[in-house]
Design a binder for this molecule. Structure first.
Ligand code: UT7
Length: 326
C-alpha cells in the first residue's frame, strides 16, 4: 500500500506590534497610496525586541501540535525554514526551537530557500514520510525579517513583516488526505536578485551590512511568468483542473503578482487567498500563515484541495498540490 504524507494541522502566530503604511510615511519618502497600489500591503507585524524567529516559531508550533492532538514526543523530525534565523549560522534555529518545545533527541534542521522555504521544506517532509524515514514531521516557517531591514531603504522596508506558521505532517495510506505532489526548482545564475550580506562572501567583497537587498523590479518581471508556469505544470502533471482547486494559497509577496498568477491559472477571485494586506511579505512563513488564516475563518475544510506556490531568493521557486487533512 502506498504511503503518503498528510498535513494534519496548521497553526500560526503574528506578533502584536503593527507597523502601518502611515508609520512608514514618517520614516522614508513613501506614501500609503504607493505601497497599496504597488504591493497591496496595508500593514505588517514586527517582532518584539526580545523575540527572535524561534520564539515566533514556537508559538505557531504549539498551536499546530495541539490541533494535531500530538505532543512534541510524537514528532520524529523538525524542519524549520527561515531567512532570518536566530543566529548567523550556528546553532540552527530548528535546534533552538526544538529545545524550547522540550524535544528530546529529535533531529532538527534549518532549510534555507528564502521565500520558497515552506514549499522546499514541504517537499523534504513529504520525502521523509513517504520513504518511511519519519512518521510525523513538524514543519515551521518562522521569520523575524524586520531585523534584516534597513528602515531608511524605501524599496525594501515597506515590503517585509514578521510572523510564523507551522504544520504537522503525518503518514497516511489515504490518498484523499495526501500531499499529492511538490515541485521545486532554482536558478542560481540570478543569486544576486535577493541577498542578505554577512556570510563568507562579505569578507571577499566590501563587507556589506546584513540587510535584505532586492532587485525588486527584475524579480517582479520574472516572478509572474515562473510561478504561473510552475503551478500550471504541477496541475497538468497530476491531472488537476483549475476548477478543482478549492484554495490557491501563494507566497504573499505582492498582490499584483498573486492576482496575475491567479488570472493566468484561471482561478476565480473567491478562491485566491490574500493576507499580504495585513502581514506584508513574511517570506517562509507566509504560506502557512495564509493557510492558517482560512482555517481560522472556517473556509478550509478537511479534504479541500490547496494549490500552493512560492518564489524567492536563490532564485528558488516551487508549487505544491495538497489536500488538507486537519
Ligand atoms: O518574496 C520574494 C520575491 N519578491 C518579490 O516577488 C517582489 C517582487 N517585486 C515587487 O513586488 C515590486 O517590484 C516592488 C513592490 C518591490 C516595486 O514595485 P515596482 O512597480 O516594480 O516599482 P519599481 O521598483 O520599478 O519602482 C518604481 C518607482 C521608482 O521611482 P522612479 O525611478 O520611477 O522615479 C522607485 O524609486 O517607485 C519608486 N519607489 C517608491 N516610491 C515610493 C520604490 N519604492 C518606493 C516606495 N515608495 N516605498
Amino acid at each position: 500500500m502506498k504511503r503518503f504524507a498528510s498535513i494534519v494541522s496548521i497553526g500560526a502566530y503574528a506578533p502584536p506590534k503593527i507597523l502601518t503604511n502611515a508609520d512608514l510615511e514618517k520614516m522614508v519618502d513613501t506614501s500609503d497610496e504607493w505601497i497599496l497600489k504597488r504591493t497591496g500591503i496595508r500593514e505588517r507585524r514586527i517582532a518584539a525586541d526580545n523575540e527572535a524567529a524561534s520564539d515566533l516559531g514556537v508559538c505557531a508550533a504549539k498551536i499546530a501540535l495541539e490541533r494535531a492532538n500530538r505532543r512534541i514526543e510524537d514528532i520524529d523530525l523538525i524542519i524549520l525554514a527561515s531567512l532570518s534565523g536566530d543566529f548567523h549560522s550556528m546553532p540552527s534555529t530548528a535546534c533552538v526551537l526544538a529545545g524550547k518545545l522540550g524535544a528530546k533527541n529529535t533531529p532538527a534542521f534549518d532549510l534555507l530557500a528564502a521565500c520558497s522555504g515552506f514549499i522546499y521544506a514541504l517537499s523534504a517532509a513529504k520525502a521523509y514520510i513517504e520513504s518511511g524515514m519519519a512518521e510525523s514531521v513538524l514543519l515551521v516557517g518562522a521569520e523575524a525579517a524586520s531585523r534584516f531591514i534597513d528602515y531608511s531603504d524605501r524599496s525594501t522596508c515597506v515590503l517585509f513583516g514578521d510572523g510564523a506558521g507551522a504544520c504537522v505532517l503525518a503518514a497516511t495510506d489515504d490518498p484523499k488526505k495526501a500531499v499529492i505532489d511538490v515541485e521545486i526548482a532554482s536558478n542560481g545564475k540570478k543569486w544576486d536578485f535577493l541577498t542578505i550580506d554577512g556570510g563568507s562572501r562579505s569578507t571577499i567583497q566590501s563587507g556589506g551590512a546584513p540587510y535584505i537587498k532586492m532587485k525588486g523590479h527584475e524579480t517582479f518581471k520574472i516572478a509572474v511568468r515562473i510561478i504561473s508556469a510552475s503551478a500550471a505544470a504541477i496541475c497538468k502533471k497530476n491531472g488537476v483542473t483549475s476548477e478543482e482547486i478549492d484554495h490557491f494559497i501563494p507566497h504573499q509577496a505582492n498582490e499584483r503578482i498573486i492576482r496575475a498568477v491567479g488570472t493566468a491559472l484561471g482561478i476565480g477571485e473567491e478562491r485566491i487567498v490574500l493576507t499580504v494586506d495585513r502581514y506584508g511579505n513574511t517570506s517562509a512563513a507566509s504560506i502557512p500563515m495564509a493557510i492558517n488564516h482560512i482555517y481560522e475563518e472556517k473556509r478550509l475544510k478537511t479534504g479541500d484541495l490547496m494549490l500552493l506556490d512560492a518564489f524567492g531568493g536563490g532564485l528558488t521557486w516551487g508549487s505544491a498540490l495538497a489536500r488538507f487533512a486537519g
